[in-house]
Design a protein around this ligand. Structure first.
Ligand code: CAA
Length: 291
């Protein structure tokens, strides 16, 4: 399966990072979103990231122009139909993802591989809503996509060996490393990481420590690059909550109950960095703990 053209659905923080790494690796990228504004923001983010690389002298102006030249944007979902590979990276809600697949299917070429960057939803269940469970797979990137080396590969029950091999080869072309996960709720990274973040929110909720002491403890005491609350804000507290709900519903174990304080922050719209406020307030010069 020769894969040269890629369609990415969703231009949010994951989608724009995925577009950047594919374009940098030489793929022709068509980036889709429902909003022109989101597409404009995505291109601005990619340009800023590439400029940072130029400042650090790891990228030339010509390479930057070539990378940007390989990315086109569209609000027309149907125009992605003839791509070799589609990566759905829309909001982490199953109803939204299945709606996108239903809208896309009529224009989809017979050989196109369809993937989802879902961080937790069952690949087998998503695949079953399409006409190609054998050419459907979980293709899960980590945030920030240009920096993080891992891509999780998740096979649904019907995913073919050819599909798996094609995606594994692409991970190598991107200069990243693949890890295979069975199709169980939240796969590997989020099965371990998100309950840790939820536990940090419990520690805050129960008054074991404040935001600063919990984050400092895990950064300096466990050598994590970010504290768990800072990381929750970075991932998005709405995404963290959605993943906890998938774990609780999918594994039916109360140890995965979302902390009520996490629910409260999401209900307030304080969903982290992207909202300007989460466990830290990002609206000033430096992030200030909200507790
Ligand atoms: N986009 C692109 N590049 C970025 C970036 C971004 N958003 N943020 C940082 N970088 C780059 C910088 O340019 C810099 O590059 P060079 O070393 O080549 O100069 C490098 O990353 C390090 O950045 P900084 O020095 O500014 O900051 P740092 O050393 O604090 O590192 C970090 C930043 C890489 C984000 C680091 O804090 C980190 O690794 N944090 C943990 C991230 C993590 O755990 N991600 C996984 C989240 S879980 C997930 O994604 C799965 C899911 O489904 C929820």
């Amino acid at each position: 399966m020769a894969i040269e053209t890629v369609g990415i659905i969703g231009a949010g923080q994951m989608g724009n990072g995925i577009a950047q790494v594919f374009a940098r690796a030489g793929f022709d990228v068509l980036l889709n979103d429902v909003s022109e504004t989101n597409l404009g923001k995505a291109l601005a983010t990619i340009t800023r990231n590439l400029d940072r690389r130029i400042d650090k002298k790891t990228l030339s102006q010509d390479e930057k122009a070539a990378i940007l030249g390989r990315i086109r944007c569209t609000v027309d979902l149907a125009s992605l139909g003839r791509r070799d590979l589609i990566i759905e990276s829309a909001t982490e809600r199953e109803a939204i993802k299945t709606r996108i697949f239903a809208d896309l299917l009529p224009s989809l070429g017979p050989d196109t591989i369809l993937t989802s960057n879902t961080s937790s939803i069952s690949i087998t269940r998503l695949a079953a809503t399409t006409d190609r469970p054998d050419r459907f797979m979980g293709f899960h990137f980590m945030n920030p996509v240009p920096v993080m080396s891992l891509v999780e590969l998740i096979r649904g029950i019907a995913t073919s060996n050819e599909t798996y091999d094609a995606l594994k080869a692409i991970v190598g072309q991107l200069g990243k490393t693949a890890a295979s996960s069975e199709d169980y709720p939240a796969f590997i990274v989020n099965r371990v990481l998100i309950p840790m973040i939820n536990e940090a929110v419990y520690a805050l909720y129960e008054g074991v420590g404040n935001v600063a002491s919990i984050d400092a403890s895990m950064k300096l005491g466990a050598n994590h690059p970010m504290g768990p609350l800072e990381l929750g804000d970075f991932i998005g507290l709405d995404t963290c909550l959605a993943i906890m709900n998938v774990l609780r519903d999918g594994l039916a174990d109360t140890k995965y109950r979302p902390c009520p304080l996490l629910v409260k922050y999401v209900e307030a719209g304080w969903t982290g960095r992207k909202a300007g406020r989460g466990f830290y307030d990002y609206r000033g010069e430096i992030p200030v703990p909200t507790r």
